[in-house]
Design a protein around this ligand. Sequence first.
Ligand SMILES: Cc1cc2nc3c(=O)[nH]c(=O)nc-3n(C[C@H](O)[C@H](O)[C@H](O)COP(=O)(O)OP(=O)(O)OC[C@H]3O[C@@H](n4cnc5c(N)ncnc54)[C@H](O)[C@@H]3O)c2cc1C
Ligand code: SF4
Ligand code: SF4
Ligand code: SF4
Length: 369
Amino acid sequence: MSIKTFQDLIKEVHEKGICQECGGCTSFCSAAFENVIGFKEPNSPPEYINKDACLECGICYFLCPQTHVLDDDLNKTYQFTDFTSMPYGFAEDIYSCQTTDEEFLKHGTDGGVVNTLLNFLLETKVIDGAIVSKVEGPFSRESMFAETKDDLIKASGTILNISPQVDEIQKFNTYTRSIPQLSHYKFKKLAIVGTPCQIYTIKCMQDLGVTPSEHVEITLGLFCYHNFLFEKSQIAKFEKDFKLKFEDIVKINIKEDLILKLEDNDSKEKIIHIPFTKLVNYIRPACHSCIDFTNIYSDISFGGLGSRDKYTTVLPRTEKGVQLLQKALDKNIIKSLELDENTKKEMKSLIAKFSEAKIERRNEFMKNL
Ligand SMILES: Cc1cc2nc3c(=O)[nH]c(=O)nc-3n(C[C@H](O)[C@H](O)[C@H](O)COP(=O)(O)OP(=O)(O)OC[C@H]3O[C@@H](n4cnc5c(N)ncnc54)[C@H](O)[C@@H]3O)c2cc1C
Ligand code: SF4
Ligand code: SF4
Ligand code: SF4
């Protein structure tokens, strides 16, 4: 059997328009020092840069989240069978948590739990740093390496003083290309926060035992229904459609719908909810082909869905995830609501509903490819 290579990724993934631009193939290329493949343009798939140096080893093909070659291996490790019987994967239990740290709560997307846990891992020296994503402007983020609490606050959800950046940004993209950051930090222990497509590629590399994935001590996965990508030229339409001024957006959150917090000149706050169905023109095309909503291969997953305002829904999946959550609860770094079995059932059923809707969207999209 011939080994599939980056050439096959071009044919089977890029040309079909389903490259998620996670950067897994470029970051873990066996001939990385030869600069074989890389991103030439922002917001477009990677390309050959030095094709002659390709070793035709197939690693890039194996770990691409759109080829699913290693699914059987990963499924065994993560106690997952299939999306029909387990729409949101295996989880030890379900929690609704909030940080006990005022700053993380103030700046957090939901309950400020993710950054609080990262800070705990830093303080207890379980990790040397974390790859996260900082806000550049509304609908625009960039990956960053966080080593301190201050760094983590910068990577929290709230957008501040964004008006100057809005003018400079040509394309708005909520997706953060975090994986390529991995190779820049040769520390022994890293945590990474990511969407399901990003975590998938890291887990494939860990499954294959290929460097630099051994530096990733723990993965904190975010729920992700989709990311947004649109041109500056679409802003006027966005403003008209949703009756808002782009520069007034101070915070973005995604739960059952897109939630925008706006502030006007009098510093009065206004919250608006936009249903996903009205946002189709602004969704990253490749996200339509994505099957995993809750980050089934992460050590521990987080989302707003299912929890009340300012709380984060938490699904610990692996021993590492379970232990991290337990230690943080024991030390009162985060707190958890007492949930009765009925409430847990309702939360799970809501998450399953969104997971199933995402699977359905993917199946429809793939039929038309
Ligand atoms: C693009 C995207 C889509 C999402 N979609 C949903 C959804 O449909 N339903 C749902 O319930 N929840 C969704 N979430 C998760 C939700 O918005 C919160 O991130 C989650 O509940 C954790 O909240 P928190 O307050 O505990 O996290 P915080 O303590 O605020 O920490 C959030 C962490 O996420 C990192 N981060 C932010 N954006 C990105 C990004 N683009 N890529 C990688 N890391 C990032 C930040 O750097 C920070 O470390 C989505 C998140 C993102 C980034
Ligand atoms: S060297 Fe291997 S990983 Fe790199 S592009 Fe070629 S086939 Fe892919
Ligand atoms: S690994 Fe990621 S960036 Fe590379 S082809 Fe696959 S989806 Fe695209
Ligand atoms: S929906 Fe989320 S996980 Fe899926 S490709 Fe888009 S950004 Fe990645």
